[in-house]
Design a protein around this ligand. Structure first.
Ligand code: ADP
Length: 535
């Protein structure tokens, strides 16, 4: 017997329809490339997104066609998302921090015919234009602000002004493809993750839950994490779904610029990778500033260092939510916090729990397995490969890259190593490829890095394994000092001594002026290993 409820398909256009009707005048703020602040609202975004749909239709873009963007977080980038997705086209976000050759490779793989880009990326695209498949270039600008370029580009404002009908949105199956985002490709070529309307709507609803990101109508949400990084962690959907005000920071993500927007716009909720938070905290300390409006920050994409947790909670009274996820999980995988069963436990236990990556919200299933694919116990002490299954987890990559990616139970291998404790809380011990194996036992690079980062002189840290004749591998610790600080290996050794097991102590300490970061702002260990090899 079938249920008798309405057939209301889960397509993302309904999110902006809802926001435009119920929260019509709720503001969306953008800091433009020139630093000026632009103010609009959900009703206007929906109206202009319809024009984007019409402009796309005019050049023959429809169901299943890919539309590429190369842009920072802005209200116009959002219009492109909803405009493309609403007519069943697939919005493909390109990451400007990738090497131009990689951008070209990805654009071909995705097969997009049109690229919509920020003015600041014109130069980047001009350098590889010959290698790109695009027939149309639209620059997010108007006729007056469009810089000279060799792309034959059309200014966005004129492009949408010339399209005045308002195509219908939706009307297709909720499993229709909606977004395309490539993984970083630190191992092999990048692979495309093809989100569906259904997976994006469900992950956005999941994000609203109090046990997840807990975004409410009275929140002022700033996605510092870019829209090209795993869907801006669902925030460009979840904020309008909740009716929260949105603050889009554009491309200036340094501590001073982030602070200015947090403060002026009274942001209550923000999300970013640890490197962004480190630079904000540094700015706050340097200038003796406070964060009176901010209530909650989400930190994900890389492990939460204890120094960030303590600074936010103790010095600035801001709640820290540690989250784990990947492009392949849309990206919410687990959400950190103290389980109710431990509410009365001591402070050290609370901190240890908060540093773990957390528990999966409903809709995400986890397993940890040994090398034979057998389940390991949830005892908080047995690290295994982290496997994941759920309504917003990739089942295959775009164009069949990587072939079959699920095991016989339908679980995806995350490539992460993790433990899960009796409370169901998961802790990443390493990326499988970053694990340091010494004398047959694993050393967690993440834990060494975390403790190193709690030293006030350290700006960034990375532990890597280097070959060793007896022990197979031994840890080497690379650090980047804060400007104005100078410490040596002895002080670092003393800092780690007693905080990690004796045999985890790095054999060597290397000081670099800058630790290389990857396209999503995390330490690029592949590049770092090369630097260390070529010393
Ligand atoms: P990229 O490789 O481009 O950064 P993703 O953003 O999809 O791609 O990265 C996902 C990976 O980032 C995870 O598999 C995991 O290794 C790491 N990661 C994400 N969040 C955390 C976290 N909170 N703690 C530790 N590692 C994390």
């Amino acid at each position: 017997m079938r249920g008798l409820m309405q057939d209301w398909s889960l397509t993302v256009d309904r999110i902006i329809d809802h926001a435009a009707r119920v929260h019509a005048t709720r503001e969306v703020i953008t800091r433009r490339t020139d630093g000026t602040i632009h103010r609009t609202d959900y009703a206007t975004i929906r109206h202009r997104a319809k024009r984007v749909s019409a402009a796309l239709r005019k050049i023959g873009i429809g169901l299943g066609d890919r539309v590429a963007t190369l842009a920072w977080n802005s209200e116009r980038h959002m219009e492109c998302w909803y405009g493309a997705m609403g007519i069943g086209a697939v919005l493909h976000t390109l990451n400007p921090r990738l090497h131009p050759d990689q951008l070209a490779w990805i654009s071909h793989d995705a097969g997009s015919r049109i690229l919509i880009l920020d003015t600041s990326f014109i130069g980047l695209i001009e350098t590889v234009r010959e290698q790109l498949p695009f027939e149309h270039y639209i620059v997010i600008a108007d006729a007056q602000t469009l810089p000279d370029n060799s792309l034959d580009a059309m200014p966005y404002e004129e492009w949408i002004a010339g399209a005045d009908d308002a195509p219908e949105w939706g009307g297709f199956d909720e499993k229709t493809a909606c977004g395309l985002c490539y993984t970083s490709g630190t191992t092999g070529n990048p692979k495309g993750v093809l989100y569906s309307h259904r997976s994006n709507v469900l992950v956005s609803l999941m994000a609203l839950g109090k046990g997840a990101l807990g975004i409410a109508p009275d929140d002022i949400v700033m996605p510092i994490v870019p829209m090209f990084h795993a869907n801006a962690w669902a925030l460009a959907f979840a904020a309008p779904a909740a009716g929260a005000k949105l603050v889009m920071p554009g491309g200036q993500l340094d501590g001073a610029s982030v602070f200015e927007l947090l403060d002026k716009e009274r942001v209550t909720f923000a999300a970013a990778v640890p490197t962004v938070w480190l630079s904000l905290l540094h700015h706050l300390r340097q200038h003796g500033l406070a964060l009176p409006w901010l209530r909650r920050v989400v930190i994900g994409g890389a492990a939460l260092p204890v120094a960030i947790l303590r600074a936010f909670e103790e010095d600035y009274d801001v709640e820290v939510v540690h989250a784990w996820g990947m492009t392949e999980t849309s990206p919410i995988g687990t959400i950190g916090g103290v389980p109710a069963a431990l509410a009365q436990a001591d402070e050290a236990t609370h901190v240890a729990q908060q540093l773990k990556q957390g528990r999966p919200p409903f809709g995400v299933e986890l397993r940890i397995t040994d090398e034979n694919g057998r389940d390991l116990p949830w005892d908080g002490a047995s690290p295994g490969r982290l496997m994941v299954r759920g309504f917003a987890v990739a089942g295959a990559y775009f164009n069949g890259a990587g072939g079959e990616i699920l095991d016989e139970h339908g679980f995806f291998d995350t490539g992460d190593m993790a433990t899960i404790d009796t409370h169901g809380t998961m802790q990443i011990t390493d990326r499988a490829k970053d694990v340091i194996k010494s004398g047959g036992e694993w050393i967690s690079s993440i834990e060494i890095e975390n403790i190193t980062l709690s030293h006030p002189a350290i700006a960034n840290a990375a532990a890597i394994g280097v070959p060793h004749p007896k022990w197979d591998e031994r840890p080497l610790l690379v650090v980047e000092l804060r400007s104005g600080h100078s410490i040596g290996a002895d002080e670092l050794r003393a800092h780690l001594d007693g905080r990690i097991a004796r045999w985890w102590m790095p054999d060597e300490y290397v000081f670099l002026n800058a630790i290389p970061l990857g396209a999503t702002g995390k330490v690029n260990k592949a590049a770092l290993r090369k630097i260390i090899r070529n010393r």
